[in-house]
Ligand binder design. Structure first.
Ligand SMILES: *[C@@H]1O[C@H](CO)[C@@H](O)[C@H](O)[C@H]1NC(C)=O
Ligand SMILES: *[C@@H]1O[C@H](CO)[C@@H](O)[C@H](O)[C@H]1NC(C)=O
Ligand SMILES: *[C@@H]1O[C@H](CO)[C@@H](O)[C@H](O)[C@H]1NC(C)=O
Ligand SMILES: *[C@@H]1O[C@H](CO)[C@@H](O)[C@H](O)[C@H]1NC(C)=O
Ligand SMILES: *[C@@H]1O[C@H](CO)[C@@H](O)[C@H](O)[C@H]1NC(C)=O
Ligand SMILES: *[C@@H]1O[C@H](CO)[C@@H](O)[C@H](O)[C@H]1NC(C)=O
Ligand SMILES: *[C@@H]1O[C@H](CO)[C@@H](O)[C@H](O)[C@H]1NC(C)=O
Length: 291
């Protein structure tokens, strides 16, 4: 750090400049054939020159990276009003998947690696957006050139419907109501499922995978989660950080990969904020104005 500063002092020898001017000055120096031009009259041999110039160049690059990293342009997810939510709620999906009749958490050796595919909403009739297809596209570019609207990152799954999107928009906090529905599964799984559908408004299959997620988390994370629930530990600890509380971290680790594969839609991959604070760069840059 000290060394970087020293080098720049030698090179620039100037008053304070704006950050932009400073960055462009660094760029100029990086383009120079020789960074040693103004370095007094000490004589270096070729090898020394090359080594010193390499040190200078590396330092300049590090400085530049630091300054650029300090000002990341972050995606600022919007919130959506009732007009948008109602429009997405009332569309009819023309290619629904078969009902989910098994617990994906029972499957062994499921490959949960996700690629850069996107799930697109494709309107067969652009003038009447009441019906739509869900289509997997291998990239955002492919979806756009097909005239589809990206509804979330990764392939489509059971929660990809626009009805589920609308409910993700409407309920800023889905985790708490669904956690409660999971807890009452001691009554029956049917009661839990009804509970998720009624309190979160999700489609049947999306509710089913949320329930399996909750049951799996209860199985694998019960001790951790009981403590957090009893103590009312906030989702993130410390509160404004992006560090998850132990229960949510356990859910993420144990239930997250299969959930992402089967439900497919997550808030982050849909460009939506949530009651769980997440690193801004993990929220996919899309907006939903294709209602
Ligand atoms: C988000 O995407 C839009 C449209 O593609 C683009 O203009 C904008 O710069 C992106 N924002 C960020 C923070 O990457
Ligand atoms: C809802 O949001 C949409 C999209 O941003 C906007 O065009 C519309 O005017 C808003 N409607 C109301 C009632 O605020
Ligand atoms: C899926 O299950 C739900 C709830 O049991 C039922 O209402 C619906 O008709 C089923 N759909 C299909 C395609 O079997
Ligand atoms: C899982 O799928 C990814 C991408 O679809 C692939 O690259 C990887 O080889 C697969 N892993 C296994 C163990 O099959
Ligand atoms: C999208 O891909 C997933 C596999 O990742 C598959 O289960 C699903 O049926 C596909 N959806 C469509 C609409 O093709
Ligand atoms: C992503 O995986 C799906 C199947 O899960 C496959 O159809 C698609 O081609 C893959 N896309 C890329 C970009 O590898
Ligand atoms: C968290 O951030 C909010 C708004 O940014 C602020 O009002 C609140 O005091 C912060 N809480 C903590 C514990 O830092």
């Amino acid at each position: 750090m000290h060394f970087d500063f020293l080098i720049l002092f030698v090179i620039t020898n100037s008053q304070t400049t704006s950050k932009e001017e400073f960055l462009s000055k660094i760029d100029q120096y990086l383009l120079e054939d020789s960074l040693l031009l103004n370095n007094g009259d000490k004589e270096y041999n070729e090898l020394e020159k090359q080594m010193i110039e390499q040190i200078y160049r590396d330092a300049l690059k590090r400085i530049k990276n630091r300054l650029v990293e300090q000002q990341p342009i972050q995606f600022n997810p919007p919130t959506y009003n009732q007009t948008v939510i109602d429009a997405f709620s009332s569309k009819t999906l023309l290619n629904p998947q078969q009902n989910l009749t098994y617990n994906p958490y029972d499957l062994q050796n499921l490959n949960t690696t996700l690629n850069d595919s996107v799930c697109g909403v494709l309107y067969p009739n652009e003038n009447d957006r009441s019906t739509y297809y869900l289509v997997n596209y291998t990239s955002a570019q492919e979806a756009e050139s097909a005239g589809a609207f990206i509804t979330h990152l990764h392939n489509c799954g059971y929660c990809s419907t626009t009805k589920d999107l609308a409910m993700y928009m409407f309920h800023f906090d889905l985790t708490s109501p669904i956690r409660d529905c999971g807890i009452v599964s001691f009554i029956s799984y049917e009661a839990s499922l009804d509970c998720i559908q009624h309190s979160a408004g999700l489609t049947y299959n999306c509710a089913v995978i949320w329930l399996y997620d909750a049951l799996n988390t209860r199985k694998d994370c019960l001790d951790i989660c009981l403590y957090d629930w009893i103590m009312h530990i906030p989702n993130n600890v410390p509160a404004n950080s992006t560090i998850l509380n132990p229960c949510i971290q356990c859910d993420e680790d144990k239930s997250g990969p299969i959930f992402k594969l089967v439900a497919a839609r997550t808030r982050r991959d849909s460009g939506l904020l949530s009651a769980i604070n997440r690193p801004p760069n993990s929220i996919y840059n899309i907006t939903h104005y294709y209602y």
